[in-house]
Design a protein around this ligand. Structure first.
Ligand SMILES: NC(=O)c1ccc[n+]([C@@H]2O[C@H](COP(=O)([O-])OP(=O)(O)OC[C@H]3O[C@@H](n4cnc5c(N)ncnc54)[C@H](OP(=O)(O)O)[C@@H]3O)[C@@H](O)[C@H]2O)c1
Length: 271
């Protein structure tokens, strides 16, 4: 059964997550939908110094939007900012150095950000898959701290900022890898279970989708969506794991409540 499920996931990926998947889906694109210009709108792109985040930031800049790059690595971030300004000719590119795995820094960043800026769109793109169990300086498991808690704190802190603006949106870059995990809040930081970085990443990506559904219900003034970018050839490109059991996609309301409780408690503790 496991082999069948793994083969089913991989076959789905080959069909839908590759270049040929994109080419086939793009036949249904409406050309006018792609001719979007965004002057006067402000976008925050986390992980905007690399891969999908940098390509996204570049495209927004070329279309006239204000871009806030939220990056961890200062020198790579300065390089990306300079490249985006040079290639797009857009000077409205701002850089903010924040490590999203440190919730205190994220809260503090938003406190300062909202004194000086407005925001229409938050793109939660930054993500990591750390393959052995590592802890942040707060003692949090690194994948969970970055992919789930970081996204939770940043989005929660920015919702009031977004709600003040016209057509506010939050887009979270999840992963098709989440299909291999159902929501499980028993051991969110892998303290008791054997550590498998791929599965921890997949669980975090599932948690992002659950959070997106909850936010969308709680904050109707903001448009929330999440997406899988396909298998993209970036520095962080994931090796395809050898066995990936597909999990059912629904999660119980009780399990969702527990996730929120865990995140609220940590977000409060590290404020
Ligand atoms: N590539 C794929 O095939 C694929 C498939 C499915 C989903 N995704 C998702 O797509 C998103 C972008 O990934 P990518 O492929 O473009 O990888 P990437 O080029 O490695 O980009 C990841 C970005 O996240 C940033 N980041 C990681 N941890 C951070 C932290 N603690 N604080 C702030 N920034 C942090 C990295 O910053 P540093 O420069 O500081 O490391 C980097 O800019 C991720 O969420 C990933 O899970 C990718």
């Amino acid at each position: 059964m496991l082999l069948y499920r793994s083969a089913a996931w991989f076959a789905k990926g080959l069909r839908e997550y590759t270049k040929s998947g994109y080419e086939s889906a793009s036949k249904d694109f409406v050309p006018d939908d792609l001719e979007v210009q965004v002057p006067g709108r402000a976008f925050m792109v986390t992980g905007g110094n690399s891969g999908i985040g940098k390509a996204t930031a570049m495209e927004i800049a070329k279309r006239g939007g204000t871009v806030h790059l939220v990056c961890r690595d200062h020198s790579r971030a300065e390089g990306a900012k300079a490249e985006i300004i040079r290639e797009s000719g857009n000077q409205n590119i701002f850089l903010h150095i924040v490590d999203l795995s440190l919730p205190k820094s994220v809260w503090k960043f938003v406190e300062n950000f909202k004194q000086e800026h407005t925001l229409n769109v938050l793109i939660n793109n930054a993500g990591c898959m750390v393959n052995k169990r590592e802890l942040t300086e707060d003692g949090l498991e690194k994948n969970f701290a970055t992919n789930t808690l970081g996204v939770y704190v940043l989005t929660t802190a920015l919702i009031p900022v977004l709600e003040k603006e016209h057509d506010p949106r939050v887009i979270t870059v999840s992963s098709g890898g989440m299909l291999v995990q159902k929501l499980n809040t028993d051991d969110p930081q892998s303290e008791r279970t054997a550590f498998d970085g791929t599965m921890v990443y997949a669980q975090n990506k599932r948690q992002q989708v659950v959070l997106t559904e909850r936010w969308a219900r709680a904050h109707p003034a903001v448009h929330f969506s999440c997406m899988h970018p396909g298998w993209v050839d970036t520095p962080d490109r994931k090796p395809v794991p050898t066995h990936l059991p597909l999990a059912r996609t629904s999660s119980s309301p009780a399990e969702e409540e527990k996730l929120i409780e865990i995140l609220e408690e940590l977000a409060r503790r590290f404020k």
